[in-house]
Design a protein around this ligand. Structure first.
Ligand code: ADP
Ligand code: ASP
Ligand code: MG
Length: 434
């Protein structure tokens, strides 16, 4: 069984959906196909949800109507027979009826909002399944709500998902399901965070022991630098799970930040492929990769740096432990850390509890906060015997003020912290490494 995942742009209009149908029927091997929402839809649903949360229901209804019109156009273009157009129309009317109902809920709350943002994937999969039917392609549409669950910490319940899903897909040549959406431990509608359809595919791959997970998107694989910022980037043929996980976590948007972890744990290879150019090799993520020194660079924005300077002369025993406990208490992960004799600097990307964290840290020393920082993550085979890697990196960016450096934490990563104002310049300069 192979798991295919198609992202928002890959199902972004009628022609693209038709292309997806072609791609999944190139051979007749069994597949689970995970679809995202049509590109832009989740953003619009998020916007509608924000309006409803603040009581701007009329504006929300206008936005719902305009989104519905986009779907009516999609139906017109996607199907050729009038019977299939009617079926598509019924899908749009049914789900937009439910979306409009949210504007009549007196106290629209965060729980309602999670149900609302699930409609993007519900719409795309129902319309796509109706298209397959109109082309006489046999498939089943499975609701992610019937098997995709997360526990109270928000972690996917992989074993449980596997035991529910395996019997449902056994002997079925083609199963279509939604990315992103799930049920939480209370049985409520929830999701795997923005971009979470990649995560769905990896979770399903792990849960059913798939031969491979293929993430199909609008670019021919993981590139060696951010193609949104740098002009000349190129696809990487092979990455290890660790390298790919690092790049995804540190900003390579092609993959949801934690999407590699389930596949890695269950050793399921992940292949990144382009819907626009299906012959292109793409990137294979697995246990092996080639030995080149520096493979790729990614950047993660909205980072806050926190420096705590001990009021005692030297870092006393227990100082770091006390500091870590504060972050632990507020469930705030630390990304980078560096220490000197009297101070520790660390970074976080989740600012929600920053005021409380700062308050407590003040009891251990002088606290300095720098917001709008960016982590530049350089991934590759950085074994310390390979002298020269650091020199090459710093030669490229000799004029950039670097706030923190983290090297040696793993064999495959160097992280630099810079002010976000220098991000574009830094990524461009580091591109000289390739
Ligand atoms: P999808 O809708 O298919 O999930 P995304 O927009 O989430 O697609 O991810 C694909 C986009 O990721 C590409 O269009 C590209 O601009 C961006 N991207 C950022 N960093 C990288 C990278 N290192 N390699 C490839 N794509 C990247
Ligand atoms: N539709 C969701 C989003 O836009 C999930 C995804 O596309 O992966 O975030
Ligand atoms: Mg994505």
């Amino acid at each position: 069984m192979i798991v295919y995942k198609f992202g928002g742009t890959s199902v972004g209009n009628a022609q693209r959906m038709q292309k997806v149908a072609e791609l999944i029927t190139l051979d007749n091997k069994s597949k689970v196909v995970v679809l995202s929402a049509v590109s832009g839809t989740t953003n619009t649903l998020v916007e509608i949800g924000e309006l409803l949360l603040k009581g701007s229901n009329d504006t929300a209804l206008k936005l719902i109507e305009s989104l519905k019109n986009d779907y009516l156009k999609l139906v017109e273009e996607l199907y050729s027979s009038s019977a299939s157009k009617d079926e598509g129309l019924a899908v749009v009317n049914k789900y937009f009826g439910q979306i409009e109902n949210f504007a009549n809920i007196p106290d629209f709350n965060l729980g309602n909002n999670k149900t609302l943002v699930a409609y993007g994937e519900i719409l795309s999969t129902n319309l796509f399944a109706a298209y397959l039917k109109s082309k006489n392609i046999v498939s089943q549409l499975l609701s992610a709500f019937d098997f995709m669950t997360i526990d109270e910490d928000g972690e996917p319940e992989i074993e449980k998902i596997g035991s529910k899903l395996k019997p449902l897909i056994q002997d079925k040549p083609l199963t279509i399901t939604q990315g992103y959406i799930c049920k939480n431990h209370l049985g409520q509608t929830d999701n795997l965070k923005r971009g979470g359809s990649d995560y769905t595919a990896s979770i399903i791959g792990a849960a059913i022991g798939a031969k491979e997970v293929q993430i199909w998107t609008d670019i021919d694989g993981m590139h060696n630098n951010d193609p949104r910022v740098v002009d000349k980037t190129s696809p990487i043929e092979a990455l290890t799970f660790d390298e790919a996980a690092e790049l995804a976590y540190f900003g390579a948007k092609i993959l949801h930040p934690t999407s590699i972890l389930p596949a890695q744990k269950y050793k399921i290879p992940v292949r990144l492929k382009s819907t626009m150019d299906h012959e292109a090799k793409g990137t294979l993520i697995g246990l092996d990769s080639n030995q080149s020194d520096i493979k790729a660079i990614a950047a993660k924005d909205n980072i806050t740096a926190i420096k705590v300077k001990s009021t005692r002369m030297l870092l006393a025993y227990g100082f770091l432990q006390n500091i870590f406990e504060v972050f632990n208490k507020y469930k705030t992960p630390i990304d980078m850390i560096t220490t000197s004799e009297v101070a520790v600097s660390l970074t976080i990307d989740d600012n929600r509890n920053l005021p409380q964290i700062t308050e407590v840290l003040k009891s251990f020393g002088v606290v300095e906060i720098d917001e709008n920082q960016t982590i530049i993550c350089i991934v590759g085979n950085m074994v310390s015997e390979r002298s020269g890697v650091l020199k090459k990196i710093f030669d490229c960016i000799s004029e950039i003020p670097v706030r923190m450096v983290s090297y040696g934490g793993s064999r495959h990563n160097i992280s630099l912290l810079i002010d976000s104002a220098y991000k574009t310049e830094t990524l461009k300069k580091l591109n000289l490494l390739f």
